[in-house]
Ligand binder design. Structure first.
Ligand code: UGA
Ligand code: MN
Length: 277
């Protein structure tokens, strides 16, 4: 049983979404509270552990990693994070690897990884279990309130995202009826849903009802979000706007600056011998 106070008991209930703990207060069990499934593509690089740490791991997550094998760093990281998780891995096809492209705007990232997470959900998520699916990249900055905003998503919920598409914030503009009149963005505004991946969450049942809802390497760069949102068939106009009717920023599309490792290259013995960075 939980003896550590309300805050912790709520968190534990959320964290145990996939396997409700039988000994928690029945009025607070995971069956009443929709589970948030966060699908996070991640890949090995120097800043990986820093990004995962900043992402605030207290949210339940279904983790999908880009590699041929599960990397020990991520395995250890998840083991210590204290929430329910599934660690999957999926490779990126050789001709889609970002390092093969001169500009990061020329190739889609995380496609196979997110699809692997979706496949896992379709195999394991119980149809009677209420839930919501969010694609939380490893390099964004999340306010924990964002997860409470998305938790009761009926179809597709959405909210502003800062530092994306070359502007300070992309956000929904609401009409007099309180519904989405336009999604304000400057980058490829002609997209059916000109939004970032971190701007929306999809009800689990909708994902299960549309088995073809997934990501694709064959659509133009920037169209991943539109691809899955078109498949679940909720018009932009009907998105459920959260975060005080789209007036609050709860997620920032931060990216790490490239590391400066000129001195590391001069070392005969590298600085990270016997220490995980
Ligand atoms: C923007 C959006 O924020 C992404 O959600 C979207 O996937 C991407 O554009 C796109 O359209 O492909 P951006 O910040 O430019 O993303 O991309 P990254 O953060 O570099 O990559 C997105 C996710 O894929 C990250 O979680 C990253 O760790 C992962 N990734 C990246 C891999 O799993 N493998 C890779 O080789 C590269
Ligand atoms: Mn990113």
């Amino acid at each position: 049983s939980d003896k550590t106070g309300t805050k912790n008991s709520v968190r534990r209930t959320l964290a145990s979404g996939l396997q409700p703990e039988p000994d928690t207060d029945p009025s607070k069990t995971a069956t009443d509270v929709p589970t948030i499934f966060v699908i996070t593509p991640t890949y090995a690089r120097h800043v990986q552990k820093a990004e995962l740490t900043r992402m605030d791991i207290r949210t339940p997550r279904d983790d999908s990693i880009d590699s041929k094998t599960k990397t020990p760093l991520v395995t250890r990281f998840l083991k210590n994070c204290g929430v329910s998780y599934t660690h999957l891995n999926a490779p990126t096809p050789p001709d889609r690897r970002p390092e093969k492209y001169k500009s990061r705007h020329k190739v889609s990232r995380g496609v196979n990884q997110r699809n692997t997470g979706l496949r896992w959900l379709r195999q394991h998520a119980n149809e009677t279990k209420r839930g919501v699916v969010f694609f939380g990249d490893d390099d964004n900055t999340y306010d924990l309130q964002l997860f409470e905003e998305m938790r009761h998503t009926k179809t597709v919920s959405a909210w502003p995202v800062a530092f994306v598409g070359g502007v300070l914030v992309e956000r929904p503009l609401l009409g007099e009826d309180g519904k989405v009149a336009k999604w304000s963005s400057v980058h490829k505004p002609e997209r059916p849903y000109p939004m970032d991946m971190a701007a929306f969450a999809i009800n689990l049942q909708l994902i299960l009802d549309h088995p073809d809802a997934e990501f694709s390497y064959t659509v133009p760069p920037g169209y991943q979000e539109s691809t899955i949102l078109q498949k679940v068939q909720v018009p932009l106009h009907d998105l459920e706007i959260k975060a005080d009717q789209g007036t609050k920023v709860l997620v920032w599309h931060t990216r790490s600056a490239p590391l400066e490792l000129a001195s590391e290259k001069k070392l005969k013995v590298h600085s990270n011998v016997n220490i995980e960075v």
